[in-house]
Write a protein that binds this ligand. Sequence first.
Ligand SMILES: Nc1ncnc2c1ncn2[C@@H]1O[C@H](COP(=O)(O)OP(=O)(O)OP(=O)(O)O)[C@@H](O)[C@H]1O
Ligand SMILES: [Mg+2]
Length: 146
Amino acid sequence: MIKKITASSAETESLGKKIATILSGNETIALFGDLGAGKTAFTRGLCEGLGVTDGVSSPTFAIVNAYNGKYPVYHFDMYRITDADDLFSTGYYDYIGNGVIVIEWSENIESELESDAIRIRIQKNDDENKRLFEIEGLDEYADVIC
Ligand SMILES: Nc1ncnc2c1ncn2[C@@H]1O[C@H](COP(=O)(O)OP(=O)(O)OP(=O)(O)O)[C@@H](O)[C@H]1O
Ligand SMILES: [Mg+2]
């Protein structure tokens, strides 16, 4: 596991941007972390790194936003997903493997994540602007990410 602390939203975006450089286009990135943890900030950086020019925001109501960049990006917000039927109707199973899938609130669908999903846990602490990132599944790219 890679651990990394960011000290601002901009640093979180730049972490996302770095991770974008190592993707091959069919990965699932499962983000975990509370309200305001920085999941969308991270996704914004990742999308920027993939050349997405659309605005990136939490798809809380739409559930999934699709963006075009170097690869298709499907940005999910699972905040309101509570059961298997809900998840099925988002089209989640059709998107998996067919683009870069980024998932906010992965807590809610953890049992449905692919075993090779990249898991990123984001924690806040006492310092308002610091976030601890724990990244599973990218150890071989530690040099690029840190
Ligand atoms: N190190 C940091 N990384 C990311 N965001 C930070 C950091 N420090 C402060 N912030 C602030 O925290 C907030 C993160 O918001 P963001 O929308 O990315 O969170 P989120 O995890 O997507 O929340 P939600 O669950 O509501 O979608 C922003 O207001 C941002 O400015
Ligand atoms: Mg968000």
